[in-house]
Design a protein around this ligand. Sequence first.
Ligand code: NAD
Length: 300
Amino acid sequence: MGMSEQKTTAGQGVVIDGKAVAKKLRQSIAHHVEVLVGDHKIMPGLAVVLVGDDPASQIYVANKEKMAVAAGLRSYVHRLPKNTSQDALLELLRKLNKDKKVHGILVQMPLPKQIDTATVLRVIDPAKDVDGLHIENAGRLASGLPGLVPCTPLGCLTLLRGIVPNMSGLHAVVVGRSNLVGKPMAQLLLRENCTVTIAHSRTPQLPHITRQADILVVAVGKPQLVKADWVKPGAIVLDVGINRDGGRIVGDVDFDDVRGVAGYITPVPGGVGPMTIACLLGNTVAACCRQNELTVPELR
Ligand code: NAD
């Protein structure tokens, strides 16, 4: 199986331990960083740009920095005030595009109102776009060309590969169609030869669609939307949602309910979340290798 998992009682889906898989992935990344430094004298660098003082964004950026440093990467965090102009941000990004020490650039979202996100994403060099949100990378993914893929769907794919190395012919249903998660997830599953259905807020009879899924990926942002009778017995359920429910963090899937019918299920927290940062580090190492004309290692 090759996937760290928790043993369960009969009739309960296997809980996918994303934390453990992510840790293993980060160790593999740290090893490749050592090789880059030792054999090639190249230190992979990740620049993260945070505009404003959104508390959740501050935590995300601090985590990214901590994990990058722990994996041996160099981290450059640029914290800009809330009232930063779009021009000032674009100027910084153009500087980072040219900076040879920086192999990956990430702008933490959301951005303040005076800044147009689409314009910002277009300015980042696609070769350094470790969030995979530049239209060139989105187009490469859709065209089956190599490029940088958004971290969360990449993390989901890594978890899936640990359970079903061959997904060919399986029916995958992705709920959510954002550029960040749903759409790239669907593209990746298509690349794995799944039959892919994308459902979203205008999909009628959603439970009828999700019940057909062998692989169900939910990226909606609605606490505990998916119930047991939405899920085919034995299905693999990946819950991307991160929702605050009082003091608690819950996913888009009603975990306790769905666990009774699913074959495999990710918890929230501790499922997809930790994979996202690990894949960001992986993307940075991949970008660094490509920029230096080195073979991109297979990270797992
Ligand atoms: P988004 O708001 O951009 O997109 C949500 C999608 O869900 C839309 O395409 C919409 O059509 C669909 N949707 C909304 N209501 C629906 C409903 N009732 N039924 C079916 N579909 C519905 O959000 P996003 O950026 O894709 O993120 C989705 C969730 O994943 C959020 O909770 C977010 O916090 C979380 N997220 C987690 C990670 C991670 O690292 N685990 C990363 C990114 C996003």
